[in-house]
Ligand binder design. Sequence first.
Ligand SMILES: NC(=O)c1ccc[n+]([C@@H]2O[C@H](COP(=O)([O-])OP(=O)(O)OC[C@H]3O[C@@H](n4cnc5c(N)ncnc54)[C@H](OP(=O)(O)O)[C@@H]3O)[C@@H](O)[C@H]2O)c1
Length: 368
Amino acid sequence: MNANPLPSTPSRQSASAAAGAVPDGAVPVTEVVLPGVVAPEGLQVHHRTVPAPAAGQALVTMEATGVSFAEQQMRRGKYYDQPPFPFVPGYDLVGTVTAVGPGVDPVLVGQRVAALTKTGGWASAVVVDAGDLVGVPAGLDPVEAETVVVNGITAHQMLHRKARVRAGQTILVHGANGGVGSTLVQLARSAGVRVIGTASPRHHDAVRALGAEPVDYAAPDLPAQVRRLAPGGVDAVFDHVGGPGVVDSFRLLARGGTLVSYGSAATKDDAGNSRKPILTLFARLLVWDLAPNGRNASFFNIWAGRRRRDRFQARLRADLTAVFGLLEQGVLRPQVAARLPLDRAAEAMALAESGTVVGKVVLTPPAG
Ligand SMILES: NC(=O)c1ccc[n+]([C@@H]2O[C@H](COP(=O)([O-])OP(=O)(O)OC[C@H]3O[C@@H](n4cnc5c(N)ncnc54)[C@H](OP(=O)(O)O)[C@@H]3O)[C@@H](O)[C@H]2O)c1
């Protein structure tokens, strides 16, 4: 999808709409633009029209779109793979198909769907390749469904495709109150896995309620605390923090254990090249993985394998459908930290960054 906005105006109406010159099939949209490296209040609300979907595409009217950690990095210009400014952020969304382009089955119109977009989701309507859409079961609340799109796919694939956890094992989940972390904890518990979860003390009750044993991620003796809980080491560590602490994550593994690294939150405020910390991390993981130490280490990237598009889409559809099934059964409890309308994205972002929330801050259609 195209996340770079067309020329637009921050007025209440797009220029073409105001002139009454909306082309056939085009629809007015409200979108949130990240203009450059800015504080959350620097996000801009724009209005424009999007053209009717082209061949193979669908127009999705947004019902819910999430605030992810990726946007915290993007607004600092620190996300590994972000487009040039300005662009519309928004990693995922849930909505209803309102139009389809040539070659797309018209039966899709009216269906509720989810999509992983990486950017572009923070808009009242989004044009997406139809092959990227995944059906959302009827009866699921769109905001609740939204909390498990990028978070659910990431957590499910890391647990079951990367670490291949088994019932009876013990794992360590960093940031267990966060969007991905809280989903990881629940999916692991539902698979019969014991979970130790790091979080700041204010979130320990919430982490306990998810079924994990909390430890303070800022405690100087964090490794010793984990060792007390799992003297033989843990079978897998899920680490989105990177930085120097990833060494402890690797050392905490039991023989045969797996370190799944999937981010570099610790370096988001570092000055300099945004790719350097992640490349340093990749190199470190490779060395650990190749060394004869009886442990595995690798980086998880949700976009890996995207070049083989059909396979990638099929895997994503299978995994997200499985996660939606667990949500429907009540095995997964949606962690909605807050619901705010799209035009309050700046507030939503500040809240997501405040360190006070459990789960996901979700944006809903703009007010008025
Ligand atoms: N590789 C991939 O394909 C992939 C896909 C999706 C997400 N991710 C990564 O997953 C991570 C989580 O994303 P999210 O959307 O779930 O974020 P989120 O909801 O904002 O949660 C972030 C969590 O990290 C914790 N945290 C922040 N700084 C920390 C630190 N220095 N040490 C330990 N914990 C820390 C936060 O705790 P407090 O609330 O106490 O601040 C919070 O629990 C991000 O790093 C993101 O880039 C990677």
